[in-house]
Design a binder for this molecule. Structure first.
Ligand SMILES: Cc1cc2nc3c(=O)[nH]c(=O)nc-3n(C[C@H](O)[C@H](O)[C@H](O)COP(=O)(O)OP(=O)(O)OC[C@H]3O[C@@H](n4cnc5c(N)ncnc54)[C@H](O)[C@@H]3O)c2cc1C
Length: 437
């Protein structure tokens, strides 16, 4: 880092699980003490906890948990810049941002470039369509809050059309999710919960148990193929109890309007199709000049989380390909990884600014939990004292929710996170269990 009397400019791109956590930590440690200028960039004005997107999409959770980045940056004394990251001028040390327009295509923020001394990329991941024909045109995805809002609106309109007869003579609704990883499984269970709530809230036609088919299609031989078989078997049992049709070993050949075509020639009709078959790095990562990419198109990073191309540029979270020596593979794109890397990066950047040696990141796997609708979850917890234990039900759901609470505690502070959680719990008892508008 060049020596100068001005505090170093630290720019973090992406205000998601990793980026918002890191910006909050660095503003407390360095920004507020005048030891660095912290700037956070995102293409959206608000932050939502991505692992809850399936609940927002199903309408079982309200959008009141969004965090305004304007308010958060003001409260925590860092700069927030609205902009879409498109590239880096490494010679001039500039982050390039594309203009952002409003829905009527009027400019909100112009094209511009921000200077940096240290740059951190935390732009997450996008759904991977594996170049399957028809996905972009005919599927909904669950990568962003905007997509979750669109899915919630589509779902509500679909159930309304079914009830009013606007859907024609259809006898039942068919909802298809492609990909039985954690996102697909959690969304399927949440949609079953939503269908029950629709039935209780005026959409009488779906009171018949067979009125809504929810189908989960997976190419691998079992659901949650990345997790241990014991968890996969327990989750499959829960899905059967929720009357979700699970089709494993089924490869999707193409998606057409109103149907899904499988490689074995079967065609399944579908009123709403959601693609959740895995993720990859956003396209812009592959367009960065001189950077090495690895698995899922992610930016390859050293154990210090610095990129191989440039020591003053770091990457973390879903967009980074970081080695996992214990398993001889790369770390998976998960909130647990993004959170641990953000905590590590705070110490790393504080050390770098102070001219101290950098350390290597080491990941501690605390297990995996998959939520099965409102009250249940299944998964494993791992730790030095307990080894590996499989848990399910209420206890698993508490453990699942604790990851979100810890995130809110990091970005909002303990008092606001606790108050938010208490008030949220109280308001969930009086507001409708499903968003119906
Ligand atoms: C439905 C669902 C359920 C999940 N459940 C779990 C779970 O139970 N447990 C778990 O560990 N993980 C879960 N995950 C995965 C988890 O959400 C991600 O691993 C985690 O959010 C990654 O954090 P991140 O900070 O790298 O990226 P994100 O949280 O995705 O944040 C990326 C940020 O970058 C911004 N951005 C993207 N591109 C640009 C650009 N070009 N310019 C400016 N800004 C940009 C985005 O707006 C966003 O704010 C789930 C994911 C989904 C979709």
């Amino acid at each position: 880092m060049p020596q100068s009397s001005k505090p170093p400019q630290i720019v973090i791109v992406g205000a998601g699980t990793a980026g918002l956590n890191l910006a909050t930590r660095l503003s407390r440690r360095l920004g507020q003490a005048g030891k660095a200028e912290i700037t956070l960039v995102d293409e959206n004005l608000s932050h939502m906890w991505k692992p809850s997107l399936h609940e927002f999409a199903a309408g079982t959770k309200g959008f009141d948990e969004e965090i305004s980045l304007l308010e958060h940056s003001h409260r925590n004394e860092y700069n927030f810049r609205l902009g879409r990251f498109t590239g880096i001028d490494r010679e001039k040390r500039l982050v390039e941002l594309q203009a952002v327009n409003d829905p009527s295509n009027r400019p909100l923020a112009p094209k511009r470039a921000l200077p940096y001394d240290i740059l951190v990329l935390a732009i997450g991941s996008r759904s991977n369509d594996f170049r399957t024909p028809g996905v972009a045109e005919n599927c909904m995805m669950l990568d962003t809050p905007a997509q979750a809002k669109r899915l919630q609106a589509e779902l509500l309109n679909l159930f309304l059309r079914f009830q009013t007869g606007a859907l024609g003579t259809a006898e039942k609704l068919e909802l298809t999710i492609i990909g039985a990883g954690a996102t697909g499984v959690e969304l399927a269970a949440e949609l079953r919960e939503a269908a029950g709530q629709f039935a209780r809230n005026g959409i009488h036609k779906v009171r018949r148990p067979d009125a809504v088919t929810i189908r989960l299609i997976e190419a691998a031989p079992r659901v949650l193929s990345a997790l241990p078989e014991t968890i996969s078997a327990k989750v499959a049992r829960h899905l059967r109890e929720l009357h979700i049709d699970v089709m494993t070993g089924a490869r999707v050949a193409r998606i057409e309007p109103g149907s899904v075509a499988l490689a074995d020639g079967t065609t399944l009709s579908s009123n709403l199709t959601v693609w959740a078959a895995g993720v990859r790095a956003p396209e812009v990562i592959g367009q960065l000049d001189g950077f090495e990419t690895g698995s899922l198109g992610r930016l390859k990073v050293r154990p210090t989380l610095q990129t191989f191309a440039d020591e003053s540029i770091y990457a973390l979270g879903d967009c980074a390909d970081c080695a996992w020596p214990a398993k001889e593979t790369s770390l998976p794109p998960r909130a647990q990884v993004a959170t641990q890397q953000a905590e590590f990066m705070e110490r790393q950047i504080v050390a770098q600014v102070a001219g101290k040696p950098l350390r290597d990141f080491s990941y501690a796997d605390h297990g995996s939990l998959v939520a099965i609708s409102n009250e249940g979850a299944v998964g494993s917890l791992m730790g030095k004292a307990i080894g590996t234990i499989t848990i399910e039900g209420w206890l698993a759901r508490r453990a699942y929710r604790s990851l979100h609470f810890l995130h809110r505690k990091s970005v909002l502070g303990p008092w606001r996170a606790t108050m938010g959680s208490l008030l949220g719990g109280a308001s969930s008892r009086i507001r409708p269990k499903l968003k119906l508008h």
